[in-house]
Design a protein around this ligand. Structure first.
Ligand code: KG4
Ligand code: ZN
Length: 339
């Protein structure tokens, strides 16, 4: 049965609203409007949780209006709402969830609380069909995880970073290089003019901890390198640094695939860092059956949130029980660095 859903995403610094129509097998994105507060946040060199939350409060109402207008539907025709409930910055999550609850209360709508991480990977089905189970690599600003996805909500975490996420490695490395925030896209662009073999940055293979990844040593090594080589050409530094991050991701995904005998499964890659051109070319070389979420659905967006709700009708919480839903800053426990 076709459903018309309003989606809201506010887990970090993107305020995003979408209207989608469809069922468990097919989603039409009728509208998607997003506003990023990165320009404002770049003054502080990164996300300030309180400022990000206040921006969501300002932006949500106008964006909902624009999303409905772009979709050509009235608010009365919406049947349910989907809101990111975990993980994320708690203040930022609460702005979206409370906006959703207010609308649910006014219109007596059910709400689907959406796990942001799985929505990133499931966004693959917005543009192509991939069968379950698949091996997922989620690479974003806040998370780096390998998982076995058996359904939209049946997820087994196979590996994850012990410290920084891959996107954080891009952003913090870029800050040290004097690039803006967020730096992932800028490093990608500079790297295209650079020589990745010029400098050898260290890779943490953590061979005794299969699946576990670490990017903090790499960040320290670029800091020390830049102190000692202040005039090193930025394109070469970017290309070499990016190559080390991507190599870590390729090796660690392959390690998990072999360790758990998942070589026959398709590989799906999503999250903001999945936009990276080097990542796309290296994974395509190493894995035969690899699928990348379309770039417009890689970074945080409400289409993937509403899409996840369409695919997971059993997660919907009916009115008025949905008014008691809560947000959570964590979805997956972080492993202990020295366990
Ligand atoms: O998924 P996302 O929008 O937010 C989180 O859920 O964290 O990912 C944002 C991250 C940032 O760290 C940004 O630098 C990175 O994605 N990113 C990229 C590229 N485009 C965005 N990293 C590397 N190369 C890119 N082209
Ligand atoms: Zn995200």
């Amino acid at each position: 049965m076709s459903r018309l859903i309003l989606g809201i995403e506010t887990s970090c610094d993107d305020t995003s609203v979408a209207v989608v129509r469809g069922d468990t097998e097919h989603t039409d994105v009728l509208s998607l409007v997003s506003q990023n507060s990165e320009k404002l946040l770049s003054r502080w060199g990164g996300v300030v949780p309180e400022i990000a939350a206040r921006e969501h409060v300002k932006l949500l109402s106008p964006l909902i209006e624009v999303a409905l207008k772009d979709a050509g539907v009235s608010i009365e025709s919406i049947q349910e709402i989907a809101v990111t409930s975990a993980p994320g910055l708690i203040g930022a999550l609460l702005t979206g969830l409370n906006a959703g609850k207010t609308l649910a209360w006014l219109h007596e709508w059910p709400i689907t609380p959406v796990p942001h991480l799985w929505a990133h990977l499931e966004a693959i089905h917005l543009t192509e069909k991939v069968s379950y189970p698949y091996l997922g690599l989620l690479v974003s600003g806040g998370h780096t995880l390998t998982v076995k996805m058996t359904s939209p909500s049946d997820v087994e975490v196979l590996g994850q970073t012990l410290d920084d996420a891959a996107g954080e490695a891009f952003d913090k490395g870029g800050k040290l290089m004097g690039l803006g925030y967020p730096a992932g896209r800028l490093i990608d662009e500079h790297a295209q003019k650079g020589d990745e073999k010029k400098y050898a940055f260290p890779i943490s293979y953590l061979r005794d901890r299969p699946g576990k990844m670490s990017f903090s040593g790499l960040k320290t090594s670029v800091r020390v390198f830049l102190e000692n080589n202040p005039n090193a050409p930025i394109p070469d530094v970017c290309a070499s640094y990016q190559a080390a991050i991507v190599k870590t991701l390729v090796e660690k995904t392959d390690e998990v695939r072999k360790l758990h005998n998942l070589s026959s499964l398709p590989v799906v890659i999503g999250g903001g860092v999945a936009c990276n051109s080097k990542l796309r070319s290296e994974f395509t070389k190493r894995f035969k059956n690899v699928h990348f979420v379309a770039p417009k659905y890689c970074t945080d967006n409400a289409a993937m949130i509403a899409h996840w709700a369409l695919r997971s009708p059993s997660s919907r919480v009916e009115f008025p029980a949905c008014l008691s839903l809560d947000a959570k800053s964590r979805l997956v426990e972080k492993p202990k660095a020295h366990a």
